[in-house]
Design a protein. Sequence first.
Length: 377
Amino acid sequence: MIYFDNSSTTKALKEIIDTFVTVNEQYWANPSSIHEFGHQTDELLQSARKQVADVLKTVDEKVYFTSGGTESNNLAIFGLANKYKHRGNHVLISAIEHPSIIEAAKMLQKQGFIVELIPVNKEGYIKLEELDSLLRHDTVLVSVMHVNNETGAIQPINEIASLIKSKSRAVFHMDAVQSFGKMVVNFDEQYVDAITISSHKIHGLKGSGLLALKSTIEITPILFGGGQESGVRSGTTPVPLSVCTAKAIRIANANLNTHMESILKMSEEVTTFLKKFSSIKIISPEIKAPHIVSFSVRGVKGEVFINALQKEDVIVSTSSACSSKQTQTSHVLKAMHLEDDYIKGVIRLSFSYMNTPEEVQQFKRIFTKVMNVIKGD
Ligand SMILES: Cc1ncc(COP(=O)(O)O)c(C=O)c1O
């Protein structure tokens, strides 16, 4: 199988699965228990938290382990907006956010906040002049993703953050689910207050991830109970998953340059290949994360290609895994005003360092064959 759908999920590393098994076998106590076994388990949990804090260069107390990107994004939207609501009730998110931000923000609106969308241009980048005019003195929260999961577009995070800081007192949250481990993410240097990371996008385990805050930022919980995770995320902390999250983050960070280089080579080669077909339009813009290549074949539904490629054991997806089972057109492509001829034909290839140049060569052969059958190109 050639798996080019790494933005949907990645294969867990063997060493991470081994760690999961070991921690479950040896440190299965409740880390909140006051007996020695509980203490030992808690020590392991706190060392995992410290490892994450060291990579992100924030303080340990502001790293909260969660069930993944969706929960972290929900926590950021509800938790930050509510924490700072004494400053105002205006919230901004970009028009191309992941549904875990958009749907949470819709709910926030029902609870009395005013939520507005920051539009993007044809390439999928936030319009800075629009952000400038949308920011208000009572804006409490702005949430913008670092890399878009459908196109790979990288947002100009530092420019966005400077604008926010110069015009408001808003807290700035960045969904880094598609950027962390794929490109440089300097949480300490960026004027970003909160960051979401999901483990299963970086060869860790599904159902795990984190929200981290800068040391001065505070947050209101969305889960209430025993007060675990400094009161921010009640529920017995899943130590094995949290240790594996820390390990996935460490491995991704330590090997970033080599991983980026190999992914970039593969995606550049595929892009050059795709550009040769007259009916293909590359949707991914110029400034994009290396692992995503999004393109569209004029007049052919993306599903047709996905099924045809699957018969040849090549796994790709439509614009995003989340929307691919739904019949509606992607909100991201609509926000980019992609032409009707192309909008239904979008296919996303997403690479990992686990892919090989040989797979790329094979993909080129198989895609050419499929294209001949479907388009007669
Ligand atoms: C940009 C982005 N944010 C958030 C998520 C949700 O992450 P998780 O699957 O860990 O809930 C995804 C998953 O596709 C994503 O691509």
